[in-house]
Design a protein around this ligand. Structure first.
Ligand SMILES: NC(=O)c1ccc[n+]([C@@H]2O[C@H](COP(=O)([O-])OP(=O)(O)OC[C@H]3O[C@@H](n4cnc5c(N)ncnc54)[C@H](OP(=O)(O)O)[C@@H]3O)[C@@H](O)[C@H]2O)c1
Length: 253
């Protein structure tokens, strides 16, 4: 799995053009969902860019009320792909752990429609339920994750189970980019606050998927491989945790 990717929720202004630019800049993981409206544009952008399919990692999702197997197929169709790389259960259903959805994804994986399967917005207890039921460990838990809101327990648990954390809304949907401490760290490295949030994730081993529609943001967000946050600054960023969520609440804690 690539170490970072591009989020596409609300990436609706010339989706194909933005995706083609992202691929040209070096992004290789793209996150989407059937309810984002970006799957057709991602397909077009990929075709324009002529990048080898095997080097791409396309992530998409199934909703609570879906038939997981059928949704995998229709997502593939919208994306213009003959397989996806990762199918996620978008969120746990109101009751249960999504056992039936999980079985559907396992079937889709067995048939080669998706390479990996995983979950999103799942607390540890519900992940355990799925593992006990099927013996199949999710490859990923995609969750909201920034220095302002994360969970050490979830990180430890995922490490033990070999589950990758994909970090969404890691730029806090811009809401905390002017945080005083964050800005101080950014100034020190001559980088932007967004770049610091991305770099914090990379050094933690979580996979950031920042969304950017504007070209300057697409460029800035992948320009994060020429510096390293030192231990003190990682500690300082870690200490900002207040279980903040730009969406309302962290569903996994
Ligand atoms: N699984 C789930 O339930 C779930 C939930 C939420 C999100 N996600 C996924 O995670 C992705 C990222 O999360 P998100 O879209 O909620 O929020 P985000 O990535 O935290 O923030 C996106 C916002 O930040 C702006 N931005 C991007 N780069 C910037 C930069 N360098 N400087 C300043 N502003 C910048 C974007 O502007 P422009 O677009 O104008 O460039 C956009 O307004 C989503 O797109 C989606 O793929 C998944």
């Amino acid at each position: 799995m690539p170490v970072m990717g591009l989020g596409t929720w609300e990436l609706t202004q010339d989706t194909a053009g933005a995706v083609a630019l992202a691929l040209a800049l070096g992004y290789r993981l793209i996150d989407t969902s059937s309810d984002y409206g970006t799957q057709p544009g991602i397909g077009e952008g990929r075709k324009e860019s002529n990048i080898d399919r095997k080097s791409l990692y396309i992530v998409t999702k199934v909703e609570e009320m879906d038939d997981a197997y059928e949704r995998t197929k229709s997502n593939m169709q919208e994306l213009g792909l003959d397989y996806v790389d990762l199918m996620l259960l978008h969120r746990p259903p109101p009751t249960g752990a999504g056992e039936e959805l999980w079985e559907g994804l396992i079937s889709a994986k067995k048939e080669g429609l998706t390479r990996d399967i995983g979950v999103s917005n799942y607390p540890m207890a519900l992940i355990e339920t799925l593992i006990e039921l099927s013996g199949e460990v999710p490859a990923v838990n995609q969750i909201e994750w920034s220095p302002f809101g994360y969970s050490r327990e979830m990180m430890q648990y995922c490490k033990e189970k070999n589950i990758v954390i994909q970090a969404y809304s890691l730029l806090t949907r811009r809401k905390r980019l002017h945080d005083r401490m964050l800005m101080q760290v950014a100034e020190q490295y001559h980088k932007s606050p967004a770049q610091i949030l991305i770099r914090w994730n990379l050094q933690l081993g979580t996979v950031p998927i920042p969304k950017a529609n504007q070209s300057k943001h697409l460029e800035e967000n992948i320009d994060v491989f020429d510096f390293e946050l030192d231990e003190d600054d990682m500690r300082l960023l870690n200490s900002l945790n207040e279980q903040y969520s730009s969406l309302g609440s962290l569903p996994y804690v």
